[in-house]
Design a protein around this ligand. Structure first.
Ligand SMILES: [Zn+2]
Length: 510
């Protein structure tokens, strides 16, 4: 029997911390449900002390998810741990993940603590967390720059205090695979009670080595990997869940462990995360990029290659490609729509939400013959966000003609007051954005604008991502429509609405 490799997903915590990737409570719940369907073992749902919103999101995920364990992050402080314990109360199974820095530079500059005090605080934090749950994880922050003997001393003490998982982070993404593997091996061999805990790793991708470092650690005895969908995360991101899981699954000849994940759910989760955050997946991204299995059709068409395995190391179906192609159309009724939502794991709380999503579905089905799962995901995102927004698009008319300057007429509802204006621009999108900005007066800077098609064909819905910046704060907005100018306006308005939300939340590492 092989060991189980535990998959700890931190898309909702570390991933969400990356600038512009912040998510609402509802969005987090939808992603969490998708991770649960994939049979992810542990979902790190957030950092509850960061803000009321973060607390409520962790609580909502703890309520909604039943099959995965829900984890909350807490610094080694009583108030953090109590807040995490409180947020996790509704969970079927919970974990508190607490951490403290162990490198000389962090201990001196950030914590202003002597090494003895750091050990004392780590032990105290683990004991306090144990009052809320049997499942406590401890991380020595900046482990890579910590003195090995001191690291062993802290880890031995927290195991005695009741920590069941020890997570070794490569916070700044500096390690090389052989070196990081060696570190895990050394720790396991040098800590006398190391057999009483599971070793975990948390790698960042600054040198593109997060997955390689994680796998090297697994080969040296780590049995939990912390990762995110699409490798989302601060700076260059975290280890990507889909790459770690598929590497271990595909190379079972080299690993003495495997995950219990349902990998056919990977693509759906990837699309959900990129749709919600606006972080587009590059076409040549392993596993989930549009070209990752692109040789397929060629093989089928020319029939030259008799054996698929000649060129394929994985089957596209195993990660969710070419499946779920069930299509709805304009004759699909309410029941078909409702059951499709259920199969996609989308739970609309009220009958009202279902009605407005169904109305949008009918409108879309009139414009486009086939409505795919991706369309439904986007449409539900739109329905759920727009209902609670302070700025809403009521109507828009844009003229674009060769030799003429484009003009946009836009009508908005701002806090339920109707306002309208007309503006010119260098193109239809520019005109629309100028019109909206002249009414909202946000004084934000447009950092990124991108359009992609959700499915193939010119009748496909355009998915627009917009990233705005103001005073160092970055937000992103998404909008979808079969008309890309309207999709652009929706995305811009979505980002403006996010900019209006309160921003004061604590960052765990500062
Ligand atoms: Zn991290």
């Amino acid at each position: 029997m092989k060991d189980q490799l535990i998959i700890f997903d931190t898309t909702l915590r570390d991933g969400e911390q990356s600038p512009g990737a912040s998510m609402t409570k509802d969005e987090k719940v939808r992603i969490a449900k998708s991770l649960e369907r994939m049979r992810v073992d542990i979902i790190e749902a957030g950092f509850p002390i960061a803000s009321i919103g973060d607390f409520e999101s962790v609580q909502a995920v703890a309520k909604a998810v039943k099959d995965s364990r829900i984890c909350g992050l807490a610094r080694a402080l009583d108030k953090d741990i109590d807040r995490a314990g409180e947020a996790l109360k509704p969970a079927n199974a919970s974990r508190i993940h607490t951490f403290i820095a162990t490198s000389p530079i962090h201990m001196q500059m950030k914590l202003r603590m002597q090494p003895d005090e750091v050990v004392e605080n780590a032990v105290k934090a683990v004991k306090r967390a144990r009052q809320y749950t049997d499942d406590v994880e401890f991380s020595p922050e900046d482990a890579g720059r910590s003195d090995l003997d001191f690291l062993c001393r802290v880890l031995e003490a927290v195991i005695d205090a009741g920590a069941k998982t020890l997570n070794i982070p490569d916070t700044v993404g500096y390690n090389l695979p052989h070196q990081f593997g060696e570190l895990i091996k050394n720790l396991r061999e040098s800590i006398p009670n190391s057999d009483k805990a599971i070793f975990s790793v948390h790698c960042h991708n600054d040198l593109g080595l997060a997955v390689a470092n994680s796998l090297s650690a697994v080969m040296n005895g780590a049995r939990q990997v912390e990762c995110t969908i699409n490798g989302l995360g601060e700076r260059a991101g975290n280890a990507s869940l889909e790459e770690v899981v598929m590497a271990v699954r595909t190379r079972q000849d080299m690993f003495d462990c495997d995950t219990r994940l349902d990998t056919t759910q990977i693509l759906t989760a990837s699309r959900l995360v990129s749709g919600i955050t606006g972080f587009v997946v590059q076409p040549n991204k392993a596993i989930v990029g549009a070209n990752a299995f692109a040789h397929e059709s060629g093989i089928h068409q020319d029939g030259v290659l008799k054996n698929r395995e000649t060129y394929e190391i994985m089957r596209a179906e195993d990660v969710g490609w070419n499946t779920n192609r069930m299509v709805l159309g304009k004759h699909s009724g309410r029941n078909a729509f409702r059951s499709r939502l259920k199969e996609l794991g989308i739970e609309l709380e009220s009958e009202e939400d279902l009605n407005s999503a169904f109305t949008r579905f009918k409108e879309l089905a009139d414009k486009k013959h086939e409505v795919f799962d991706e369309d439904i995901q986007a449409l539900v995102s739109d329905t759920l966000t727009e209902d609670n927004e302070r700025i809403r698009l009521i109507s828009m008319r844009v003229c674009s003609e060769t030799g003429e300057i484009p003009v946009a007429n836009v009508t908005l509802a701002v806090d339920d007051n109707e306002v309208k204006t007309e503006m010119k621009g260098s193109g239809p999108v520019d005109a629309a954005f100028k019109a909206i900005e002249s009414m909202v007066q946000s004084h934000t800077e447009l950092q990124l604008y991108s359009v992609s098609n959700i499915t193939s064909g010119t009748d496909s819905q355009g998915e627009v991502s917009v990233r705005l910046e103001k005073g160092g704060r970055i937000v992103s907005g998404q909008g979808t429509d079969t008309d890309i100018v309207i999709a652009s306006a929706k995305a811009y308005i979505n980002a403006l609405n996010k900019m209006l939300l309160p921003a004061d939340r604590a960052h765990p590492q500062v």
